[in-house]
Ligand binder design. Structure first.
Ligand SMILES: [Zn+2]
Length: 463
């Protein structure tokens, strides 16, 4: 059966465009990753989930997809945090990167194909900066190298800002070495206490924007299919990436499609570190399964705002309970066709709320006795990274994902105690001591554990 055409809203064209790959045999996707100085909050988790769904969808359509998401491990915020804690920069970035991976795994996000660290690509950044200077797009001033925005007439095309507007909006305090307020840093000097690398302009470090130009080029080439990130990256980060890459490589495009996810809000206000209204993944994972957070983040179409609340998490938990009850322990069969309506919704600019509502229709078909809808539900949910567990596993673990071993151990020992009681009950039944068997069942029920006797044995779940 032919698949519906993929259509994505392209920030560059300001409309939903049919996705036409550069090479249908190899789709190339780059997404800006985290600056690793602190645990991510739910606002930072949204692009992780959104672009994971995109990667899954692209893989469903095309034979080969390369998904690159970088780690920014050189940044003034990192230097400040490491100094504050009295640890080395590498220790801070290694630890934060490991925590980020824990959070991504809890969210059910598959690892990208490549996850370059900026500090492993300094040579590539220096090479691009040298080309920009040679081609007259950058200049050196007081140990800094700056991009000359006036040399790039298309500047402002992605964000839809005219250079006049940008000039008017540029900060009042302008560094004296800048030719124009809009010019931005490609390279800056480092003092003895700051990380630095030797370069033709002295010991220094890269500006943030040049990192992504170098890392995307290293894995995806001068021009690739899709560049993604959060809405707040359009200007100046992505605008600057475009002019650096296009000017250095003499291309009209860096990426053909630019996709941006909306903000996570709290009572209508953007969740952010600076506003202090954020909830970290680590905090939430103490009480909430990662899949519930993932489901909650897919409740709104990715481009719009998503208001985060504990009530919304409760709704997601109830929704997932319903889906798991319907799908049961049906195994995932990749040969089963994805539900047409679900695929139509995802192909239309990743309309996940519509696709989720379709999953619930499939669940009610199962509940009305149509067992054939269960494998379709399982397969369709997998396209969004949902329902990876069996229902048995889902209901057994009230909290699935933790970043501390302690909680795991508590759960494991609790699970072991339940298992022991079940075995005692089975022995009692074998001995025809039904009073004792019922007593054990009631004891477990009082602890919120429900038993189900099945042909293959007794299974339990937390009710
Ligand atoms: Zn970037």
């Amino acid at each position: 059966m032919p698949k519906p055409a993929l259509r994505f809203y392209n920030t560059l064209s300001r409309q939903k465009d049919i996705f036409t790959p550069i090479d249908p045999e190899h789709i190339r996707l780059y997404v800006c990753g985290p600056t690793v100085y602190d645990r991510i909050h739910i606002g930072n988790a949204r692009p992780v989930v959104v672009f994971d769904v995109l990667a899954r969808l692209l893989r469903f359509y095309y034979p080969h997809v390369t998904y690159v998401r970088n780690i920014t491990d050189v940044d003034d915020k990192i230097n400040a945090r490491a100094a504050e804690r009295g640890i080395s920069i590498r220790a801070l970035t290694d630890k934060t990167t490991a925590q980020f991976h824990t959070d991504c795994a809890a969210l059910g996000a598959l690892p990208p194909d490549h996850e370059p660290r900026a500090t492993d690509h300094i040579d590539g950044m220096i090479a691009i900066i040298e080309t920009l200077i040679t081609r007259g797009h950058a200049y050196e001033a007081e140990a800094h190298v700056l991009f000359d925005v006036s040399s790039f007439p298309d500047y402002g095309k992605l964000s839809g800002r005219s250079t006049d507007e940008l000039r008017a909006g540029a900060r009042v305090e302008v560094a004296p070495y800048k030719k124009s307020a809009m010019d931005f840093v490609l390279w800056k000097p480092s003092d003895a206490n700051t990380p630095g690398w030797d370069s033709p302009w002295g010991r220094g470090r890269p500006g943030w924007h040049i990192e992504c130009s170098a890392m995307s080029r290293a894995y995806l080439g001068d021009v690739f299919d899709i560049h993604g990130g959060g809405l707040d990256l359009i200007f100046p980060h992505h605008e600057n990436e475009i002019c650096q890459s296009c000017a250095a490589h003499d291309q009209s495009h860096m990426a053909h499609y630019w996709m941006h996810n909306g903000y996570v809000t709290v009572s209508g206000e953007k969740m952010s570190k600076s506003l202090g209204n954020f909830v970290t993944m680590a905090e939430l994972l103490d009480t909430t399964k990662g899949e519930i957070i993932r489901h909650s983040l897919l409740q709104a179409q990715y481009r719009g705002p998503l208001d985060f609340s504990l009530d919304a998490l409760k709704e997601s938990e109830a929704a997932l309970n319903g889906l798991y009850r319907a799908v049961g322990d049906v195994p995932l069969d990749m040969d089963v066709a994805v539900d047409t309506a679900c695929l139509d919704a995802l192909a239309d600019d990743m309309n996940t709320p519509l696709a989720l509502s379709r999953l619930h229709k499939l669940a009610s078909m199962v509940n009305r006795g149509d067992a054939s809808a269960a494998p379709v539900l399982k397969r369709s949910a997998a396209l969004m990274g949902l329902l990876p567990d069996t229902a048995t596993a889902w209901f057994q673990h009230s909290i699935k994902s933790h970043d501390t071993h302690d909680t795991h151990d508590t759960h494991d020992s609790h699970d072991a105690a339940i298992q022991t009681l079940i075995e005692q009950r089975e022995q009692a039944r074998a001995d025809r001591d039904f009073a004792e068997a019922d007593r054990i069942r009631d004891q477990l029920a009082a602890d919120g554990i429900t038993l189900e006797d099945k042909a293959e044995g007794t299974v339990w779940r937390r009710s």
